[in-house]
Design a protein around this ligand. Structure first.
Ligand code: C5P
Length: 396
């Protein structure tokens, strides 16, 4: 595979040498594009020797070959490591004032960015907004590791280990084994109104469902996402439809199901909704010290899909999720198997939320069980979990 490695001007630039070495040892062709500032930290000669390729960051040499377009188009994968705060700002703004910036804009290859900077710079509102922008465009931005930084200080900001960067990057270059498949994914957490101001909701961030949708797009699927309360979600290459309540979600699922090859039910759907939603704001002064809300059961969307698939003989694979407070791996497996049985879906993806580290986190630890009893455990980024879920789905 042809990998473009962008290196920007931070102290961690020297770690690019390990990334180059690991990639070339694995048989990949590496073209390094440092920024001018990166060359203050590491020499072009070192980068050339390790990559077995010439290194020329100048946009204005070799112009006749239109090298930024050639490099961008021929890349199978682009990694930027380390990425400085300044690089993140330029990339988020689409600024192409050097070779790396031009190549990034000229390429359709998947991009992984591994930032490294001081904690304060990583947490700065400008950097946070730039990272959000890039992630919304489908660019994989790793969260820096915590540990010793350049000075005496420690905190979040270290470049992740080269092995981790490469693993995450290679996971982006997936085969297009889902080409043409239509996949409906629900994501987020439904909110059930109490009155025009309050609702009953849950902690789901939608990140796992969104990671699945993005991964499915990368693998060639035609993806529709029913997003429950995930803000202004955009996934390039996918259709995103807002479905904020269980009833709205069920309506959309019923409408879209017939045309799908798979239904992935990653949303946390509220099991109950308020029976009598107040049309006006409930006033504390009129309610007294206690209120009773009468709740009625929401439809179980996944179970409904499974029975429709059976009744109408639809060729749709179904994947359910189970967020359980299990406490142990064994208990989680038992709960997951029970849920697989009760929902009747083809695959169940279970995780233990006892420590509540899963909600909103970038990582997940999931146990995936198929109807024929095959168990797969995967711990890693939500993208890594998405990739394994889709491997299993593709196998079906
Ligand atoms: O029963 P439980 O809520 O744990 O089941 C979780 C799975 O069922 C998830 O895949 C979720 O999307 C789905 N579900 C649903 N409709 C509901 C509740 C859950 O589709 N009302």
């Amino acid at each position: 595979m042809r990998v473009v490695l962008g290196v920007t001007g931070g102290i961690a630039a020297y770690k690019a040498t390990s990334i180059i070495r690991l990639l070339t040892e694995a048989g990949h062709e590496v073209k390094v594009i440092p920024t001018q500032n990166a060359l203050r930290f590491i020499g072009a000669t070192t980068l050339e020797a390790l990559s077995h390729n010439s290194v020329d960051p100048d946009l204005y040499t070799d112009v006749e070959s239109v090298k930024h377009v050639e490099l961008g188009k021929s890349a199978d994968l682009i990694i930027v490591a380390p990425a400085t705060a300044s690089f993140l700002a330029r990339y988020a703004a689409g600024i192409a004032d050097d070779l790396l910036g031009n190549v990034l804009l000229a390429s359709n290859a998947p991009v992984l960015v591994a930032p490294a900077m001081h904690t304060e710079m990583w947490n700065n509102a400008a950097t946070v907004a730039n990272v959000e922008t890039l992630r919304a465009r489908g660019i994989e931005v790793l969260t820096p590791a915590a540990g010793r930084l350049t000075g005496e200080d420690t905190g979040v900001g270290r470049l992740p280990e080269p092995e981790e960067i490469i693993e995450a990057a290679l996971a982006l270059v997936s085969v297009r084994d889902l080409a043409g498949k239509r996949i409906l994914v629900t994501a987020g957490g439904t909110r059930e109104a109490i009155d025009p101001v309050r609702y009953i909701g849950n902690h789901s961030s939608g990140k796992q469902g969104v990671a699945i949708a993005r991964e499915a797009v990368r693998r060639g699927a035609k993806v529709t996402v029913l997003a429950a309360n995930i803000g202004s979600l955009q996934i390039s290459g996918a259709t995103v439809i807002a479905a904020d309540t269980a009833i709205e979600m069920e309506h959309q699922v019923n409408h879209l199901l017939r045309d799908q090859d798979a239904f992935i039910s990653a949303a946390a759907v509220s099991d109950f909704r308020v029976a009598e939603v107040s049309p006006t704001k409930l006033k504390r002064s009129q309610l007294g010290d206690q209120i009773n809300l009468r709740l009625i059961a929401n439809p179980d969307i996944l179970a409904g899909v499974v029975s429709r698939v059976r009744e109408e003989n639809l060729d749709v694979r179904t994947v359910g999720f189970a967020a359980e407070t299990a406490g142990s791996h064994w208990a989680l497996a038992e709960l997951a198997k029970a849920k697989l049985g009760s929902k009747g879906c083809d695959v169940i993806v279970a995780n233990d939320v006892s420590e509540s580290a899963v909600f909103g986190a970038e990582h997940n630890d999931a146990l995936i069980i198929t109807r024929d009893g095959k168990e797969t455990r995967v711990a890693g980024t939500k993208t890594a979990v998405a990739s394994v879920v889709l491997d299993i789905l593709a196998g079906l």
